[in-house]
Design a binder for this molecule. Structure first.
Ligand code: SF4
Ligand code: FES
Length: 369
């Protein structure tokens, strides 16, 4: 068993935005009892002892934590590379300067489209202008900036304009991530899944931009696995190199695993080291012994690790089955059916997007300093 490399610290699931593709759990009320600053300090120290090198401060919206600067400072002081994953709503200049002084290494800002009306409609609140201002501030303060755009049926046709926007704000890295269907995105799958023609057109644009921008900006394109022959090697294998700590202290091998019927493990009840090594949740699908056919005898079993356990569970009700994205899976018709539906019928008949309903507080109540 290797040491974990990356820790996803989900500081809160509260968020001022209402993105319909959010991967946060549907039962967010179960996560209101958030870890306190001292608990996060202990978790970060234990993560460092375990070998973690990178810490992603995420959510929900991590800027809603009044102690975010202190949490970032604790991670930095332990020698971890720290990345803030944010919508940037609430990234005021004083707050940004305090985060810079605390040693935060990198900022990733999500934006919903290249244009205010579309972006704000998807985000559920007027936020585009503040995001652009925050991106400029991040560059001004000397941070490396990743701009993240989740792609789906309602914005993928704008990918060329998204690339232009990323250039304009001086992003060092642009992450174009096709939606992964967990949480609210799973609920909205029929409305979010793009057509094959949309994906093909976007890929041409991205390929050309990568070539043109190769000395200036990294362009990462996360493909739509529903359209792939093979599944993604989710998390690099279950409990292999990554771990997630949720706002209430649950420890998971990936952010979506809270939907699986597995025993809970919490940093409030046990050490991170023992959870990583011994807990049933971490060991449920580690390695290859758990695999059914066709994975068990497949030449790719240590390439994609049978795909995504959370996706297998959502699609089949059994997390131990081959990811139905794989064309060799006996359940592949479940993915093929969704893809077929996304490629037939008229756009006018598209199902409506259901926004994530959890607006914990008004954006003007986000801590400023
Ligand atoms: Fe991967 Fe299993 Fe499909 Fe083989 S059968 S390609 S191991 S998901
Ligand atoms: Fe949980 Fe893929 S998201 S294993």
């Amino acid at each position: 068993m290797d040491s974990p490399f990356g820790l996803l610290a989900e500081l809160t699931y509260r968020c001022p935005l209402a993105c319909p593709y959010c991967s946060n759990p549907l039962n967010m009320a179960g996560y209101r009892d958030e870890l306190a600053l001292d608990e996060w300090r202990r978790v970060l120290a234990e993560a460092g002892d375990l070998g973690v090198l990178q810490c992603h401060l995420s959510g929900g919206e991590p800027l809603l934590r009044r102690d975010l600067v202190e949490i970032a400072a604790a991670a930095h002081d332990l020698g971890l590379y720290t990345n803030l994953v944010t919508s940037a709503v609430g990234l005021s200049r004083p707050r940004a300067e305090r985060l810079r002084a605390a040693g935060l290494d990198h900022v990733q800002i999500s934006i919903q489209a290249d244009e205010a009306a579309v972006s704000d409609r998807i985000a559920g609140i007027p936020s585009f202008r503040r995001k652009i201002e925050a991106m400029r501030l991040v560059k001004e303060l000397g941070w490396p900036l990743t701009m993240n755009v989740v792609l789906h049926r309602h914005n993928i046709d704008r990918v060329a304009d998204v690339l232009t926007l990323a250039e304009e704000v001086g992003a060092d890295r642009l992450e174009l991530a096709n939606t992964q269907y967990y949480g609210w995105a799973w609920r909205n799958r029929a409305a979010l899944l793009p057509s094959r023609a949309q994906l093909d057109a976007a890929e041409v644009v991205v390929r050309a931009a990568r070539e043109r921008l190769r000395d200036r900006m990294d362009v990462i394109y996360v493909i739509s696995d529903y359209y792939s022959r093979y599944p993604k090697p989710c998390m690099g294998g279950w409990a292999s190199r990554q771990l997630t700590v949720t706002p209430n202290g649950d420890v998971l091998p990936c952010p979506a695993a809270q939907s699986l019927p597995l025993p809970r493990a919490s940093v409030r009840e046990d050490s991170l080291a023992r959870i990583w090594a011994e807990s049933p949740v971490m060991n449920a699908f580690r390695g290859t012994d758990w695999m059914p056919e066709p994975c068990r005898s497949c030449f790719r079993r240590e390439v994609d690790f049978g795909g995504c356990r959370c996706q297998a569970f959502l699609l089949t009700g059994d997390a131990a089955r081959t990811d139905p994205v794989c064309h060799l899976s006996p359940d592949h018709h479940l993915v093929a059916g969704a893809v077929e539906a996304a490629n037939t019928g008229s756009r006018a008949g598209d199902p409506a997007l259901v926004p994530r309903p959890h607006r914990a507080r008004r954006p003007d109540r986000i801590p400023r300093g």
